[in-house]
Design a protein around this ligand. Structure first.
Ligand SMILES: O=c1[nH]cnc2c1ncn2[C@@H]1O[C@H](CO)[C@@H](O)[C@H]1O
Ligand SMILES: [Zn+2]
Length: 432
């Protein structure tokens, strides 16, 4: 007997060899997808009737800072340097481990409710984020943020903590947690430090998550310091490879794109954060054309201000159309691929597609809504009209985390109340 059967669904597999099934069934056993078809002779303990719904791979958020839910709406409409150095960093200095737990748990709740099944995170007190991931049932690739700022002592302490974290949590929560190294950015970490991080990552077989060329200011600072941009510096020190997850990548030259392609670097496109902070427009069309793996991220809630990847998909599709004066750019199916398949590839997880043998990370989207009626084309609806709040059921690793809008994994009211309370206290401490 199987564990879960999802039946009567439009099955959006994201598997190019299989295509979609208009009225089909997905069977799950031991955390994996064991059968996909029009019908099944299997029976299961849990049968989910997904009538008027789409079952699809869960969305993958490849760049966020989960605990920054505490800073949702805390500092808006500011220049990035002022935002980060004048507001966010001073507030982060007052964060406690408990705050990070509560903020991360709130983020996990929001993700479960909006169809995100795995995410990549860089922050502090990462044991707490890992505990929140463990408790929530989500899948995540986590790293401790290393902000050396040319301070050797701080660099060493950060790296030590980063390494402890990598080793403590690699493969935890039944394999749902992966760990990485998280040097913040090429303009906040020295060349020597970045090289050292690469070395340690190699020793531990861990990937690296880093912000790259988010702003023009970074590009100019790098040119002034090194006479070359971030991508060239990283290339010259042997930093780049298919285990690197590079967030933002806004200010890229054609040469940089070629380097990213050649090294198999995974890019996380954070379209809303880039628009809100007016960082610029990443050359996503070009990267995709050249074969760079581009996925989607929300960035933290202070620059988004939510974790809804459906919004991210729509915004990406629209921005790159108008930016190229080409309405055929980034069609719906391609954007869905960025949100699922490409994200899974970036995190190196066996998810992102509904396919036999893959891990069972999937969502059921309720299509019986005014804004999704009538329905001629499912991918179009998912990108241009659906919202995270249309997700009715979320399954990760074969476990139901939300069943027909009811979150089973967490106590929703408690998570919100505790986060609200602690965030208020944090802001009071910052202003004291
Ligand atoms: O868009 C961004 N650009 C640069 N840094 C950021 C952004 N969003 C969050 N952080 C910062 O990155 C660190 C993670 O360890 C945190 O200090 C967080 O505030
Ligand atoms: Zn970020």
């Amino acid at each position: 007997m199987a564990d879960i059967i999802v039946k009567n669904a439009y099955v959006l597999t994201m598997d190019p060899d299989a295509g979609d099934i208009k009225n089909g069934t997905v069977v799950i056993e031991d955390g994996k997808i064991t059968e996909i078809g029009e019908k099944t002779s299997e029976s299961a303990e849990t049968v989910i009737d997904a009538k008027h719904s789409v079952v699809m791979p869960g969305l993958v958020n490849t760049h966020t800072h989960a605990a920054m839910t505490f800073f949702r709406g805390y500092a808006d409409d500011l220049q990035l340097a002022d935002w980060l150095e004048g507001h966010i960093w001073p507030a982060e200095a007052k964060l406690t481990a408990e705050d990070v737990y509560k903020g991360s748990l709130l983020a996990c709740l929001e993700m479960i409710k909006s169809g995100t099944t795995s995410f990549a995170d860089m922050y502090f007190y990462m044991d707490e984020t890992a505990k929140a991931v463990e408790a929530s049932g989500l899948r995540a690739s986590l790293c401790h943020g290393l902000i050396e700022l040319w301070n050797e002592e701080k660099g060493e302490a950060d790296l030590k903590e980063g390494k402890r974290f990598v080793r403590a949590w690699q493969g935890a929560a039944d394999g749902r947690i992966k760990t990485m190294y998280g040097p913040h950015a090429p303009n906040t970490c020295s060349e020597e430090f970045l090289a050292k991080v690469r070395e340690e990552a190699n020793k531990d077989g861990a990937g690296i998550h880093i912000h790259v060329l988010e702003t023009e200011a970074e590009l100019l600072a790098m040119k002034e310091r090194y006479g070359k941009c971030s991508v060239h510096l990283l290339e010259d020190i042997g930093f780049l490879g298919p285990d690197v997850l590079a967030a933002h990548c806004v200010w890229l030259s054609d040469g940089d794109i070629e380097i990213l392609r050649k090294r198999g670097v995974n890019v996380s496109h954070n379209v809303i954060s880039n628009m809100k902070l007016a960082s610029g427009i990443a050359p996503v069309n070009k990267m995709l054309e050249k074969g760079v793996n581009v996925s989607l991220g929300t960035d933290g809630c202070a620059s988004n201000n939510n974790l809804d990847l459906f919004e991210e998909m729509k915004t990406a599709a629209l921005l790159h159309k108008v930016n190229t004066f080409n309405p055929t750019a980034l069609p719906a199916q391609q954007v869905l691929q960025m949100g699922t398949v490409n994200g899974a590839k970036a995190l190196g997880t066996e998810t992102g597609m509904l396919k036999v043998g893959m891990k069972a990370d999937l969502i059921v989207v309720d299509m019986k809504k005014p804004h999704l009626t009538p329905c001629f084309d499912v991918p179009s609806h998912l990108v241009y009209s659906a919202k995270g709040s249309d997700v009715r059921t979320t399954i990760v690793d074969g476990k139901v985390l939300m069943d027909d809008y009811r979150v089973l994994a967490l106590d929703e009211q408690k998570v919100m109340e505790e986060a609200q309370e602690a965030a208020k206290e944090l802001v009071a401490r910052v202003n004291a």
